[in-house]
Design a protein around this ligand. Structure first.
Ligand code: IPM
Ligand code: MN
Length: 359
């Protein structure tokens, strides 16, 4: 298969972890006889510094003409504590999601048995945890009207949802639940928010077309607690943009490191794959960031293009690295392995298991 891939390294550790994912994709090309074409473009703080905008037009054009986008990370502390900043790195990613219509963000959460000691949660709580968060990605408070009054003493962000925005991501979540354990949990704050009540109305109506799926509801505050009390109860979680952002970071504790969680952002015509972690600026250029989330994002990219065997080969190579202790220091303080070595090990272990063994 031939695929045109846009690479957006972004900020902080983004370029380092993205290179490891590319290494693995190159190993997949070689092992399975595919041709991937990589084209790189600037985004985020890097793009602001160079071109004065976090999403240059050329970057957007490149993404539009690609079969998939692989994204590193975004954000730079020099903008975080500066409320006066005219433009922010994160705007580049938000604009990209909106312009490409990437309305569904899919974040799988799985506990690796080889890492059960790494999580701050007890082993018996995290064992066999396996769920997916479906986060709405182009609506809600992230994209509603933003206002600050004239003297700068009052500010607001509108949380708005339409039936259409809710139903298109809900259908994807129901389909996923149907193919898994048949359980969907809608997380909202319907006891307080009007927009959440619309979510309940729309989602409960859609549930009628998926009789195989059992739908239940959870308020977001309770969901935050249930995620660490009893994460095994979840199969598919469906939620709005900001709740999904917060809960997915919380869920990363289950696996032992946020450096393990991958995500896919899907639209009608485009798809972007990125680790859920941020740009981790303190680690930039130090060769210590965990590349696994980025590599697993590449595996999700392969699955999106129906390259299932190839994705499995990547996942198996990741499992091997974790089992053999070829991990970065977030997973083992004493580890001698850096970002690059972990990436090399995983890429080197990508094999076609159908291929007869030859000496
Ligand atoms: C994420 C990130 C982004 C978000 C930021 C960088 C804008 O935290 O992908 O989860 O809030 O969506
Ligand atoms: Mn986030």
């Amino acid at each position: 298969m031939k695929l045109n891939l846009a690479l957006l390294p972004g900020d902080g550790v983004g370029p380092e972890v993205l290179s490891q994912a590319v290494k693995c994709l190159q190993a997949v090309e070689e092992t399975f006889n595919h041709q991937f074409i990589y084209r790189e473009a600037p985004i985020g703080a890097y793009a602001i510094d160079k071109y004065g905008t976090s999403l240059p037009e050329k970057t957007l054009d490149l993404c539009k003409t690609s079969d998939a986008i692989l994204f590193g990370a975004i954000g730079d502390p020099k903008y975080d504590n500066n409320p006066e900043a005219k433009t922010r790195p994160e705007e580049g990613l938000l604009e990209l999601r909106k312009s490409l219509g990437l309305f569904a963000n899919i974040r799988p959460v799985k506990a690796f048995s080889s890492l059960s000691e790494k999580s701050p949660l007890k082993k018996e709580i995290i064992e066999n945890v396996d769920f997916i968060i479906y986060r709405e990605l182009t609506g809600g408070i992230y994209f509603g009207e933003k206002k600050t009054n004239e003297d700068g003493t009052i500010a607001s962000d509108l949380c708005e949802y339409s039936e259409k925005e809710i139903s298109r991501v809900a259908h994807l979540a129901f389909k996923a639940a149907k193919n898994r354990d048949g359980k969907l949990t809608l997380v909202d704050k319907a006891n307080v928010l009007e927009s959440s009540r619309l979510w309940r109305k729309v989602v409960s109506k859609i549930a009628e077309s998926y009789p195989e799926v059992k739908l239940d509801y959870l308020f977001v505050d309770n969901a935050a607690m249930q995620l660490i009390l009893n994460p095994r109860q979840f199969d598919v979680i469906l939620t709005e943009n900001m709740f999904g952002d917060i809960l997915s970071d919380e869920a990363s504790v289950i696996g032992g490191s946020i450096g393990l969680l991958a995500s896919a952002s899907i639209g009608e015509e485009n798809a972007l794959f990125e680790p859920i972690h941020g740009s981790y600026p303190q680690a930039k250029g130090m060769d210590i960031a965990n590349p696994v989330a980025s590599i697993l994002s590449a595996a999700m990219l392969l699955e999106h293009h129906s390259l299932f065997e190839e994705a499995m080969a990547v996942r198996e190579a990741v499992d091997k690295a974790l089992k053999k202790g070829v991990v970065t220091t977030d997973l083992n303080e004493k580890s001698q392995y850096g970002t690059n070595q972990v990436g090399d090990f995983i890429a080197d272990n990508i094999v076609d298991s159908d291929e007869p063994f030859t000496m």
